[in-house]
Design a protein around this ligand. Structure first.
Ligand code: 9MR
Ligand code: 9MR
Length: 577
């Protein structure tokens, strides 16, 4: 990312106190040769629409291509398509006197892709975030995690309760200050998996982070900061992996340096062990070309094998916080990332261990657990990440002999992608997501939108059919403003910006604009935070979102969610110009 980008983002934020526009567009930008759709709310309903260039000259004039009808409240919106306009520039789209800026630019997603990865730097724990890399968002070192207490739930003969261990570095998970292995593994896994496809793109990504001067690509340097932490979460005596490193309860909305609660490692579990094993095995392969990572790769691969063996010996240890709290003190009430179903984690871990070691036993297990269907991966269901590992080989054409057949997986990926592409013409916002209430869950912007976009990119890479690329771009159009709320959901970007994410640092740092490059959770019909001190103005699924700090169910940010954003925007930007 350009050096002064953060400053520019801050300037943009201060200029953007704009009210919601009834003319909904992708506020970050359209690619010259890509699809360009806008959606017009009833307030700006018109017979025809005009696009003017920066000198006021009309470059396009046309009618709506269709009227969309909301499946939730029947609202009618007009869909406008100006894809024929290809010349880069800043335009104004006008509907019944209402105006909205439109940008057409080559590499339209380059800055948002880089910012979404730079956001991980801003989420780092255990080191000072420096002014020269973070501008106004600089902050002193905190949460060093050199004295972390083994919680009674995690006690073992060699490490009884109360043992003090060191477990520094890594990223804060989200708006809170804890570090969770399951979500960390998912996040690093998704990002590293995509590195295998878009290596050249990621290698040229400039992040301006403390490690930028070394010989390792910035993207891999940033991920390494979390991998090093993850390694410390394995008990060296038995290979088991602690589920999380956490305070007993969530901290208040204060800066990291003001936090005083003790931090614990809590119960080892099967999901943590396997997500750890998969991530470490994958990392050992990816970092191998870099001489300075030699020791790390050795340690990581060994740690992965031991964690996998622990999981085989403990195949069903779920993280059940309520049960833990009945048996141990202090009570732990922070994020659970509980998951009681492990075949997906076994599949992903066996897959990566096979691909990194070539050992037949892992191949047998991976083949046996190969899922029937492709599913968009989430922190609790990682079978899709394991699937990606195999599909990557299909895309790259370097499948080892004896690798399991992926035909069924590819067929189900195609069936899934066709069904969501077929939903676009009847959708409210000309997107593959958003037609069903269940598209709006906790973290909907990532799990149900960006994740769908990534699946579509796989289908595009495997088939070469541009309709899947267009549909993937449409998921970004949704995230960047062409949605029911009108927000561009990435902080620091867009003409209607998210300003009040549920993020302790952004709320407490005294800087008006939140940390940039973070993807808000998005509309969530669950509204699990409705008892907090604010009200949802709408119960309609795609409008169940409030840009208020209290809204942890719709407006938090999280590393896994940013991973989807980073991967999707980087991949699109690598193939579309
Ligand atoms: O801040 C917490 C956030 O990181 C979690 O995702 C969320 C759900 O576990 O909980 C938030 O903490 C809230 C708690 O659950 C209920 N009381 C208010 C807390 C902070 O607003
Ligand atoms: O992303 C998680 C979501 O799928 C769950 O429904 C939700 C409630 O359990 O928790 C989310 O994860 C939160 C985690 O528990 C704590 N840090 C913040 C995460 C994002 O809200």
């Amino acid at each position: 990312m350009r050096k002064n980008h953060i400053l520019m983002l801050m300037l943009a934020a201060s200029l953007s106190a704009s009210a919601q526009s009834p003319v909904k567009v992708n506020q970050i930008g359209y690619y010259p040769d890509g699809p360009k759709t806008a959606v017009i709310e009833p307030a700006a309903k018109a017979k025809s629409f005009t696009l003017k260039d920066s000198r006021g000259k009309t470059v396009w004039h046309g009618k709506a291509v269709r009227t969309s009808v909301s499946p939730f409240d029947g609202r009618q919106r007009q869909v406008v398509n100006f894809s024929d306009v290809r010349r880069p520039g800043t335009y104004t789209l006008i509907a019944k006197g209402k105006k909205q800026q439109v940008i057409i630019a080559p590499h339209a997603f380059k800055d948002v892709a880089a910012a979404s990865v730079k956001a991980f730097y801003l989420q780092r724990t255990g080191m000072a975030i420096e002014k020269r890399y973070a501008g106004e968002y600089a902050r002193p070192a905190a949460h060093m995690d050199q004295k972390v207490i083994v919680h009674p739930s995690a006690a073992s003969p060699q490490r009884p309760a109360g043992t003090v261990i060191s477990s520094p570095e890594g990223w804060y998970d989200a708006g809170d200050y804890n570090k969770y292995i399951v979500n960390s593994g998912f996040t690093c896994g998704l990002m590293l998996e995509n590195y295998l496809i878009n290596k050249a793109y990621y290698d040229s990504m400039k992040l301006d982070i403390p490690e930028s001067a070394n010989s390792i690509p910035d993207y891999l340097d940033e991920i390494m900061y979390n991998l090093r932490w993850m390694l410390t979460m394995q008990d060296p005596h038995d290979g088991g992996v602690y589920h999380k490193l956490t305070t007993p309860s969530f901290e208040g909305f204060v800066m990291p340096a003001e936090c005083r609660q003790p931090r614990y490692v809590v119960q080892k579990g099967t999901a943590a062990a396997l997500d750890f094993a998969a991530t470490m095995a994958l990392a050992a392969r990816i970092y191998a070309p870099y001489a300075e990572c030699g020791q790390f790769c050795k340690d990581a691969l060994k740690a992965a094998g031991r964690a996998y063996a622990w999981a085989v010996a403990h195949p069903s240890v779920a993280y059940q916080q309520d049960d833990i709290n009945k048996r141990f003190k202090p009570e732990i009430v922070t994020g659970a990332y509980g998951d009681g179903h492990f075949s997906d984690e076994f599949f992903w871990a066996a897959t990566e261990l096979y691909l990194s070691t070539g050992e037949e036993s892992y191949l047998l297990q991976a083949s046996a657990m190969m899922p029937e269907r492709f599913t968009v991966p989430t922190w609790g269901d990682v079978s899709g990440i394991g699937a990606m590992a195999w599909l990557n080989l299909d895309i790259k054409g370097n499948k080892p002999a004896g690798a399991p057949c992926t035909e069924r997986l590819r067929n189900s990926l195609q069936a899934f992608c066709d069904s969501v592409v077929n939903a676009i013409p009847t959708s409210s916002f000309e997107t593959p997501n958003g037609n069903r209430a269940e598209d709006f869950c906790w973290g909907s912007n990532s799990e149900r939108c960006a994740g769908m976009g990534i699946a579509l990119m796989y289908q595009y890479a495997l088939s070469g059919d541009a309709k899947y690329l267009s549909a993937a771009i449409a998921t970004c159009d949704y995230l960047f403003g062409r949605n029911a709320t009108g927000y561009c959901f990435v902080t620091g970007f867009g003409t209607q910006q998210v300003m009040n994410i549920h993020h302790r640092i952004s709320a407490a740092d005294g800087v008006k604009a939140p940390l940039p490059g973070l993807l808000a959770g998005g509309p969530n019909i669950g509204q699990q935070d409705r008892a907090e001190n604010f009200t949802y103005r709408s119960n309609i699924p795609d409008e169940s979102y409030e840009d208020v700090v209290q809204s942890y169910a719709s407006n938090e940010i999280a590393i896994n969610w940013n991973a989807y954003l980073a991967v999707l925007t980087a991949w699109i930007d690598a193939v579309e110009r």
